[in-house]
Design a protein around this ligand. Structure first.
Ligand code: LLP
Length: 470
């Protein structure tokens, strides 16, 4: 149960302890908003030079509003920070993890900005290929790739297929043979590291579906088999330890364990593994509890770790790649909603909670329901002189768990017709969206220099009814 601690002091007792009482409820909290977001003189929020009122009028709500400059700035910041930190070693490059959010335009930006692309299904691969993304800069992931996915990836000449199981080694080898080519593969190694934890409890995460475990020698056996396969080239080893991670401790343990395997392969199989991929997972700020590192700090921290451990194992430092998704896409986007019903619910005694209903919900952001995520929000169409009060922003779905923002301060006069923006919804919101209750998916629009560009159009009832052919 949540504690209700703010007490009568602020006129509402529902604030969790971590949520600071705002000195000005109209302020854009530092770090939560994409780089071009600001309040204009008339009080409305604008992003990419476009006011949210104009977006609501021209595009409607709900809508995902993607700040193109912000996305591209972050992509380049990761690219440059890792290239810079690893330059004195064997270099590094960055693959954007498309599972966070992918569409044709994003694939083209990522391509233009010189990053690689991580895809994990045939669908993501199809988006990338249609956008003209060069195959050699694509990595294909997946714990259960279909034969068709493997075939398509090989035909497209993907730079690496990240093999996830022993039987997939044979599958990829056989399909490569059939197509008369060689497949470049990486092996996904399960290091037993659970993000946020220390080594002594790290093995907790062996019990999951991904990768080839170091325990019991499975990963070593996989290396042996790939090296023996006629149509496979071993590009390197891959490790991904989790998501929304704020420190480099987990990467340290994972890198150590993967490098131990590199050393074992050198010693026992007389083979030098020259590339490592340490995955993604860098955390972002969803609310004031989170303090993410800069790309520069992450890159130099991890470069130091890799260098030190290679030195200890007397290994040549491999080329290293990374796969951030959330940290590039997440902060670039806000979801713009319109307020409908506002309900002050009596909870017994002096307790009450204000429920602010918006025109979307768990179909466009399931992360609150699924991961207990704590989002923030802001009254974005105007400023208000009213006192802040804690509200719960909920959607329109037929489910009481349909919560978008569990707790946030909004001005006490929030009312039907107001615009509310939820920041940091660029990752794992659209990509996890559903049609629950036959609610059509919102559009994703890019804003830049005063222009609105539709990247993904709003789904319509016709789209939904069109699937219903029975
Ligand atoms: N590389 C691999 C192999 C991954 O599995 C993932 C995420 C990434 C890279 C990118 O991780 P990121 O940098 O975005 O944290 N739906 C969940 C997150 C699932 C992450 C799955 N894999 C959420 O909304 O929090």
């Amino acid at each position: 149960m949540r504690a209700h601690e703010a007490g009568a002091l602020h006129g509402n007792d529902a604030a969790p302890t971590w949520l600071p009482y705002p000195s000005d409820v109209n302020t854009l909290i530092d770090g939560l908003w994409s780089r071009t977001t600001r309040r204009t003189e008339d009080g409305a929020v604008e992003v990419g030079g476009v006011s949210v009122a104009r977006i609501a009028e021209e595009v409607g709500t709900p809508a995902f509003v993607l700040d193109e400059d912000d996305f591209r700035h972050r992509a380049r910041a990761f690219r440059d920070a890792f290239a810079e930190a690893f330059r004195p070693l064997a270099g590094a490059d960055v693959y954007y993890a498309g599972k966070a959010f992918l569409c044709g335009a994003v694939a083209r930006w990522v391509e233009e900005d010189g990053l690689g692309l991580d895809v994990c299904t045939g669908g993501e691969l199809a988006v990338a290929l249609r956008a003209g993304f060069p195959g050699e800069r694509i990595a294909l992931h997946g714990n259960n790739k279909s034969l068709a996915e493997i075939r398509r990836a090989l035909e497209a000449g993907v730079g690496r297929i990240v093999v996830d199981s022993l039987d997939e080694i044979d599958l990829v080898d056989a399909i490569a043979a059939e197509l008369g080519l060689r497949a470049a593969v990486m092996l996904r190694v399960t290091t037993g590291v659970e993000a946020h934890t220390h080594e002594f409890i790290a093995t907790a995460h062996e019990d999951q579906k991904f990768g080839l475990s170091l325990t019991g020698g499975t990963a070593f056996e996989a290396v042996r088999r790939v090296l023996a396969a006629e149509h496979l080239d071993l590009v390197g080893l891959h490790s991904h330890i989790g998501s929304q991670i704020f420190d480099t401790g987990g990467f340290e343990v994972a890198a150590r364990r993967v490098l131990d395997l590199v050393a074992q392969v050198r010693d026992e199989l007389d083979h030098t593994i020259t590339q490592l991929d340490l995955g993604g997972g860098f955390g972002v700020m969803y609310n004031t509890q989170h303090t993410p590192s800069t790309p520069e700090a992450l890159a130099s921290g991890i470069a130091g770790i890799v260098e030190k451990q290679c030195h200890e194992l007397e290994l040549e430092v491999p080329h290293v790649s990374f796969e951030p998704g959330r940290a590039i896409a997440g902060p670039s986007t806000q979801t713009l909603y319109s307020v409908g019903t506002v309900k002050d619910v009596r909870l017994g005694g002096p307790h009450h909670r204000v429920y602010v209903s918006v025109d979307g919900g768990m179909s466009d952001n399931v992360r609150t329901a699924l991961y207990d995520a704590d989002y923030s929000c802001l009254l974005s169409g105007r400023v208000s002189e009213e006192q802040p009060e804690v509200v719960r922003v909920v959607g329109k779905h037929c489910e009481s768990g349909d919560i978008v923002v569990k707790d946030e301060y909004l001005p006490a006069d929030v009312r039907r017709g107001d615009l509310v923006s939820v920041p940091v919804t660029g990752a794992y919101c659209y990509s996890l969206a559903s049609n629950y209750n036959h609610v059509p998916r919102p559009p994703v629009i890019a804003v830049k220099d005063g222009e609105i560009r539709t990247l993904i159009r709003r789904e319509t009832e016709e789209d939904l009814l069109g699937l219903d052919v029975g």
